[in-house]
Design a protein around this ligand. Structure first.
Ligand code: BGC
Length: 775
């Protein structure tokens, strides 16, 4: 755990340059705009420890699978989000020596991520070996107002000399993925052009043949006045730019503006790509840096109005939640149903592909409440479009008749994961995809989604479960053998309670869906039945039999559900008794030792109780929570938020708060010692859930919003905004007051502590004293 980020409510601040922390900071200070993004690499060359990373959503390379022992059914490749052309590079040279923060003497270093306005700033003083000193100040952003544009302002002030500075502004396309399986480079050059102060480079991905054209334009100003410098065109393969020799005077500031346009063949026809890039670049240069930044600030203002959480009285918690919300909004904007949310977003290579069950289980609730409906709908449509691939994926594993198994990780619908215990066994992911359909409809009331898209997906998923279970003659019940539950520290277990629960729930929900669509839209129902070759009677009869006869492991003596058959045979050590020097166990223990231990990586039984809490009484929730929490080591970032929400539900404010802090500052404090690989983007949505569903106890039942708030002791208040079925609500919770303001024109009824309140449009309701209710 590290503690070097300064606490500030709106900014992420690092003061002083420590090269050993650089890769962590590169992750933390990442910027993006839903279409592309990058780690906080330096513009100058840097010979120290760094992970260079620029990523473009949806552009991937199928890296041939590399495993020690091939197993039938493994995917041929892992689709990787690619490290793409570096457009930020600005190389600064004085008398033959490069500005390099690893070799120059650095002082006054400061890096600030301005979350409110959406840009990254950095300043420092560098002393070269020859004693010459310059002050540098940079600002850059990826525009969310115009998502094909990036911009940099780079100012240099010579502090103790006048002379010549050589500046090279370039696009470096000769980049690699660190995680490349065969040490290959994934891009080929297609086109390059350098014209005065502009340069263009089109690269094509090997195998997938995506074209990406990047254009840059560079200009220099001397205290607001443009300098008419002659730049020299420089190029080599996959590398284009402009070199400028600038005569500089002591103590005068010189500012370089660099604009970038990034367009891809995903959105333009290949022959038109360079023109599109030129047009975009023109748009950027005509507006100029300040105007683009103003647009950026406006766009972020709107995002914050929709999604901010305000915490009073606890700056560390405030910074944590804003950081999470900021990164989520940088990663996915929901404009394009072909895109999704990678666990690392645009902040690192780890996890390669872009879509895990994380999206459905964790991210959908965040976007449902904080963005327009089309944003979460697009996340669902993404899976709808991949249904055929999910059916093919299941066929590869021997399933038939339209059974669909969605991949554990994917970009284009095809499975990429290649560890057998996950690829073949972590099938609970199918349940999360069905759950997201239910969750989306529950929240939005958009039943048409079920008719037009959802039911078809549900049928495929239900068919999978009905073939994946088997009848146990021994138990006279259905069982699901050989699975990995959410807790990946157990593999190949029988009857993972969570998986069995999700399977039966999917079957029931699909049956409900069939009945609904048959009644509401008989024609569309008939079309779907034909399209899917659905044998209504036989298939639903089998599903019903499974629902009625599924086996669920449990222990009556302890009054708990069992994570899987035989879980209690394990030596029952508690996490509190494990010496901290073993943390994280996945870095310190052999896999064998992990598998034999009872330690749980992430919410598993508790994930099921979180999804379906209304089906269980509070004592059942409490017994299971107490039992499993004591054994959970939270080595997945997805874990603490679920525990936080359940602890809040159980009135355990203290633990709810501890888990909350852990999830919200996971990356800022490098809690799991892995922030350098990239941020835990998908779990950030879980942080948001810990506040809204945890502390505020928000639920949707019977088309209504319910709140059951508690106030963490350290906070004097917290408030958040949500959109719900056309209404915009702000919910503020103080010790003596719960205030819900309805900013929309639409009247609404909400339930606070089990009592209904009508809130007419543009009015608010105030409910006094939390404490009274807590008694
Ligand atoms: C977790 C999975 C998750 C994946 C990507 C793993 O460590 O165990 O549940 O889907 O990370 O975030």
């Amino acid at each position: 755990m590290k503690n070097y980020i300064k606490i500030d409510e709106w900014n992420i601040i690092e003061e002083g340059f420590d090269p050993t922390l650089n890769k962590i900071s590169e992750s933390i200070f990442s910027i993006g705009n839903g279409r592309f993004g990058q780690r906080a690499n330096f513009e100058e060359s840097y010979s120290g420890n760094t992970l260079q990373g620029n990523y473009i959503a949806g552009i991937y390379y199928p890296d041939k699978t590399r495993v020690g022992w091939w197993k039938n059914g493994y995917p041929e490749y892992f689709a990787k989000v690619l490290n793409s052309a570096n457009w930020i590079a600005i190389l600064v040279e004085i008398e033959g020596e490069q500005l390099d923060l690893n070799t120059c003497k650095i002082s006054n270093f400061k890096r600030i991520l301005h979350m409110k306005e959406g840009y990254l700033e950095r300043s420092f003083v560098a002393e070269f070996k020859n004693g010459k000193q310059i002050k540098v100040n940079t600002a850059r952003f990826c525009s969310i107002a115009d998502s094909e544009i990036g911009a940099i302002r780079y100012s240099i002030t010579p502090l103790n000399f006048s002379g010549i500075i050589t500046i090279t502004s370039l696009i470096d396309g000769d980049v690699k993925n660190k995680d490349s399986n065969y040490d290959e480079k994934f891009w080929d050059e297609v086109y390059q052009e350098i014209q005065n102060e502009e340069a263009f480079l089109t690269l094509r991905t090997k195998k997938t043949a995506f074209d990406v054209c990047t254009g840059i334009s560079t200009s220099i100003f001397n205290e607001e006045k443009p300098l008419s410098v002659k730049s020299e065109a420089i190029s080599k393969e996959k590398w284009v730019g402009n070199r400028i020799q600038q005569e500089v005077a002591e103590k005068v500031e010189y500012t370089l503006y660099k604009y970038a346009a990034i367009v891809s063949s995903e959105n333009y026809k290949k022959p038109e790509l360079v023109d599109a890039c030129k047009k975009t670049l023109k748009r950027a240069t005509e507006k100029g840096f300040e105007k683009l930044l103003e647009e950026q600030e406006q766009a972020w203002k709107k995002k914050w109005e929709e999604s901010d959480i305000l915490i009073e009285g606890d700056a560390a918690a405030q910074q944590g939640i804003r950081f999470n919300i900021f990164q989520l909004n940088q990663t996915y904007t929901g404009e394009d149903a072909r895109l999704n949310i990678g666990p690392k977003g645009f902040t690192g290579e780890k996890y390669g592909g872009s879509t895990y069950w994380d999206t459905e289980a964790y991210c959908v609730p965040f976007y449902l409440a904080t963005a327009e409906q089309k944003v979460s709908k697009n996340l669902l449509i993404y899976r709808y479009r991949h249904l055929q691939k999910a059916i093919e994926n299941a066929e590869k594993l021997g399933f038939e008749k339209g059974a669909a198994l969605y991949p554990m990780v994917t970009i284009n619908g095809e499975e990429c994961h290649n560890e057998w215990e996950i690829t073949f066994e972590e099938i609970h992911r199918n349940g999360a995809i069905a759950y997201a359909i239910f969750n989306y409809i529950r929240y939005t009331g958009d039943q048409d989604y079920l008719i037009d898209y959802g039911l078809e997906v549900l049928i495929g998923i239900a068919r999978f479960w009905s073939q994946r279970v088997n009848w146990s003659e021994e138990r006279k019940q259905f069982v699901i053998l050989g699975v990995t539950g959410p807790n990946e520290y157990e593999n190949n277990v029988n009857n993972n309670w969570y998986t069995n629960l999700m399977a039966t729930w999917c079957l029931s929900y699909t049956m409900e869906g069939l009945a609904y669509v048959a009644e509401q839209s008989p024609t569309k129902y008939q079309t779907l039945i034909q399209k899917t070759n659905f044998d209504q009677e036989a298939e639903t009869a089998r599903w019903k039999e499974i629902i009625d006869n599924m086996y669920f492991p449990g222990d009556d003596r302890l009054g708990i559900f069992l994570q899987q058959d035989g879980y209690l045979d394990k030596e029952q050590t508690l996490v509190k008794d494990l010496n901290r020097k073993h943390y994280p166990i996945h870095q310190n223990w052999s896999w064998d030792r992990i598998l034999r231990s009872c330690f749980i990586k992430q919410a598993d039984v508790l994930q099921g109780l979180y999804f379906f809490e209304d089906d269980y009484d509070i004592e059942t929730l409490r017994r299971n929570f107490d039992f499993y929490e004591a054994r959970t080591i939270h080595e997945s970032s997805l874990s603490p938020c679920v525990h936080s929400i359940l602890a809040a539900k159980l009135g355990d404010e203290e633990r709810a708060y501890d888990f909350y802090l852990r999830t919200s500052r996971l990356d800022l404090d490098d809690y799991n010692n892995d922030t350098q690989d990239g941020l835990h983007i998908t779990s950030m949505a879980g942080t948001w859930m810990s506040v809204v569903e945890g502390f505020a106890g928000m639920r949707v039942r019977n088309n209504q919003l319910y709140f059951n708030p508690i106030l963490p002791e350290k906070w004097s208040s917290y408030s958040f905004t949500i959109g719900f079925r056309g209404s915009k609500l702000n919910i503020r919770i103080q010790e003596s007051l719960i205030k819900i303001s309805n900013h929309s024109g639409k009247d609404l009824v909400v339930v606070i502590h089990n009592q209904e309140y009508s809130i007419a449009g543009k009015t608010n309701v105030e409910v006094s004293s939390l404490k009274d209710y807590q008694k």
